[in-house]
Ligand binder design. Structure first.
Ligand code: SF4
Length: 379
């Protein structure tokens, strides 16, 4: 088959993460669910594109920048209004600080959102670079904005995305790249590294051509892994999990096509969510009630169906629990604060370092019963 579209850094990464996932996304064209972190990143990127718009010679005012941010805010993917409001406020903070830092020394970048297309050994490659600046010596500074909370700076010297940007700029803009920059927006820190050596550029070229050859040969076997499958939107239709459910060892059951099981899954998830909501609400009401009783000086109050009494009590809170345990141990009082619990006894039995005689004596006293654990999360 022909490549369905030019390769980009993200599609190459996706193929190498799981070829089946690549097929779902780019060949079967099944869209993934919107993700709030992508929407947030897109919103901040669009606002910075406005800040550095090629048509302006000076920075927009903070008010103009924030008004534009509000206008282009990308909404899909947020869990609820509260989460959306938190991210919107975080974006406002980032843009306000970015404006304070960069507006006074505003410069017109060489390129903003530079879209490139070229070929590597006949394989079409595409991408978009957040910003390209000219250094005083005429070479280029290539910047990629990052909006994630944490930035893995360990990959700065070998990150394939920046290598691809260097390759694109040097091929298409005719100038040497002097530095590559990850700009971590939440902390306004610019992490710089020098231009990539030829060995890394050749490694990237080989990765591009081998990925293209594998796609053209229609190699789309799933390569499951806990870390990737856990967040994969295609899991309910993934052949790997379907095969597992058909008769292999215990595996995640697929509810699609099994309406009774799907209904049970949904009822269970909804019941747990309702219980968690009820618990949160009960705690909030309890705090409100205790405060009201204290304010009125009452020890007891009656509703139509319930009675509540308030017993004055205080508890100790310790910030340095390690130190507290050290002091207790040194005073020989450790046994007095320890209570055996079932999970700790299980751990002791399962621990390979436990004395076999102790394990035998404990297991003689107990009976091992099946206790499957259910994990549930919203789809
Ligand atoms: S569930 Fe796992 S194996 Fe299946 S497509 Fe997604 S990442 Fe690949």
């Amino acid at each position: 088959m022909k490549l369905p579209r030019p390769l980009s850094h993200s599609s190459i990464s996706l193929y190498n993460e799981c070829p089946q996932k690549y097929k779902f996304k780019y060949i079967d064209k099944i869209p993934e669910r919107p993700k709030h972190f992508f929407s947030f990143g897109q919103s901040v990127h669009l606002a910075l594109e406005f800040f550095y718009a090629a048509t302006r010679s000076q920075a927009p005012s903070l008010g103009e920048l924030l008004a534009h941010y509000k206008e282009i805010w990308v909404k899909p993917g947020y869990k609820d209004k509260l989460q959306e409001a938190e991210y919107f406020a975080e974006g406002t903070r980032i843009l306000t600080e970015f404006h304070a830092k960069h507006a006074p020394r505003y410069h017109v970048p060489f390129f903003v959102e530079y879209a490139f297309d070229f070929e590597v050994e006949g394989v079409p490659v595409t991408g978009r670079i957040d910003r390209v600046d000219k250094l005083p010596d005429g070479r280029l500074s290539v910047l990629d904005y990052k909006t994630g909370k944490k930035l893995a700076t360990g990959r700065l010297d070998a990150d394939a995305q920046l290598t691809m940007y260097q390759l694109a700029c040097e091929r298409l803009l005719g100038a040497e790249v002097g530095e590559l920059v990850f700009y971590h927006l939440p902390t306004l820190k610019e992490h710089r590294t020098g231009r990539r050596p030829q060995a890394l550029v050749s490694e990237l070229s080989a990765r591009i051509t081998t990925t293209a050859a594998a796609i053209e040969a229609e190699r789309f076997d799933p390569t499951p892994s806990e870390g990737v499958c856990r967040w994969c939107d295609y899991k309910p239709i993934c052949p790997f999990f379907k095969d597992q459910a058909a008769g292999g060892p215990p595996a995640p059951a697929k509810a699609v096509g099994e309406p009774e099981l799907a209904a049970l899954v949904d009822q269970y998830g909804a019941a747990l969510a309702a219980a968690a909501d009820a618990e949160r609400r009960a705690q909030a009401l309890g705090r409100e009630l205790a405060a009201a009783l204290r304010a009125k000086g009452y020890a007891r109050a009656f509703g139509a169906s319930y009675e509540v009494s308030l017993t004055p009590a205080a508890k100790w809170e310790f910030s340095d629990k390690k130190k507290v345990l050290e002091i207790i141990k040194s005073a020989g009082a450790y046994e007095r604060v320890l209570a055996p619990s079932a999970p700790l006894v299980h751990k002791l039995i399962d621990d390979a370092a436990t004395d076999p005689t102790l394990r035998a004596r404990l297991t003689e006293l107990g009976e091992r019963v099946d206790s499957p654990q259910l994990a549930v999360k919203p789809l």
